[in-house]
Ligand binder design. Sequence first.
Ligand code: ZN
Length: 72
Amino acid sequence: MHPLCKMPGCTDRATATFAQVPLCELHHDEIWVETRHYYTKHQQGADRDTRPQYRKIDSLIHWSRKRMGRLK
Ligand SMILES: [Zn+2]
């Protein structure tokens, strides 16, 4: 079994996961860069809607809300 990347519109094979969501290497890299960037910005008081890639798969991450709360 080779799951496909769950990023909408992407048809690449998943080679990694983010929050248990299968992603291709490109999107996995993108979402980690975005996540690191987000938490840096977040600590500076930036708006929470600054993670466009993450939000595309947000609905697939059932525990994301809980995790966000823990990281505060
Ligand atoms: Zn992808």
